[in-house]
Design a binder for this molecule. Structure first.
Ligand code: NDP
Length: 293
């Protein structure tokens, strides 16, 4: 292996420390405690784990966490009523509705019911538009975490060739917007891309967000490239056990990349750290106070 490992776990811990310091100042100097409301509909096991983790880290950062667990058969009307109530609650600065929602709900309608100022996931259509036009917005947590890791590793990203593998609304597209905002030359590749391997091999920065376990191997990676692996895939590890892997074959890619994020311990921890940071940002904006850097 020749690549440096980008330690997202350690970086996320630093972000959380900075968030906690900002929260302490808000509380001590202004008597304000930022609050994050997380809404979970149904019993999806992975979502339950994420929500528990978000709740724990929110409290550890000194913020208030409001958890709303609703049964899977909750009507969309009732969920929208809860969102309206949270929109109006001055103690709640950030609202997150855990996805995926049950099939009988329209997630676009639900997400767009969240007040854009409290939309700490950055999925509301207003925030998507603001990001796309380079205006101040709420930035989706996972791409924001990737950008922070890239800036930390590379300094200026200006002029670099970036390939984003995947075009989802929650990762691929906002990631591409952020990289464009940092003056990269951006290509978005997806399942219809011709010779996707060659496209990826042209990348100084390769962000893989496809949800295909270990799809990207060393033949896809330009020597010295920085590889950010967003994928979280659980695969069979034999003897009835499972393990988490990314969208990149770590050992193979690490032979040629300059730097690479591991799975777990790369992008994953950054997502919640950025959620906490977004909640503090939303709180500062709501109170007309200086935002964290
Ligand atoms: P989606 O399934 O919404 O999107 C996957 C994208 O990958 C699509 O654009 C699809 O193309 C593209 N794709 C699929 N197969 C191929 C292929 N063979 N070649 C090229 N492109 C392909 O996934 P998400 O964006 O939601 O998530 C991606 C991964 O990131 C998942 O593993 C997920 O678990 C993980 N994730 C991790 C997070 C974290 O905190 N670290 C947060 C969110 C997601 P097309 O549009 O043409 O179908």
């Amino acid at each position: 292996m020749s690549a440096d490992i980008i330690d997202g776990k350690a970086f996320a811990a630093e972000v959380r420390t900075r968030v906690a310091e900002h929260v302490r100042r808000l509380t001590d100097e202004h008597g304000i405690v930022p609050g994050l409301a997380v809404v979970l509909v149904g019993e999806d096991p992975a979502s339950q784990v994420y929500v528990r983790s978000k709740n724990k880290q929110t409290v550890e950062a000194g913020m208030n966490s409001y958890e709303h667990k609703l049964p899977a058969d909750t009507s969309e009307t009732d969920l929208l009523a809860l969102i309206r109530q949270l929109n109006e609650d001055p103690a709640v600065h950030g609202i997150l509705v855990q996805l995926p929602l049950p099939d009988h709900m329209n997630s676009d309608i639900v997400i767009n019911a969240i007040s854009p100022a409290k939309d700490v996931d950055g999925f509301h259509i207003s925030n998507v538009g603001l990001l796309g036009t380079g205006q101040k917005s709420m930035v989706p947590c996972t791409p924001l975490g990737c950008l922070m890791l890239l800036r930390d590793r590379l300094g200026s990203l200006s002029g670099l060739n970036a390939v984003v593998l995947g075009r989802s609304n929650i990762v691929g597209k906002p990631m591409a917007q952020l990289l464009l905002g940092d003056s990269c030359t951006v290509t978005i590749a997806h399942s219809r891309t011709k010779d996707v391997e060659a496209v990826c091999r042209g990348a100084d920065i390769l962000v893989a967000a496809v949800g295909r376990p270990q799809m990207v191997t060393k033949d896809w990676v330009k020597p010295g490239a920085t590889v950010i692996d967003v994928g979280i895939n659980r695969i069979d590890a034999g003897e009835g056990k499972t393990r988490l892997v990314g969208d990149c074959d770590f050992d193979s890619c690490a032979e040629v990349a300059g730097a690479i994020t591991p799975v777990p311990g790369g992008v994953g921890p950054m997502t919640i750290a950025c959620l906490l940071a977004n909640t503090v940002t939303a709180c500062c904006r709501a109170n007309g106070l200086a935002e964290p850097d």
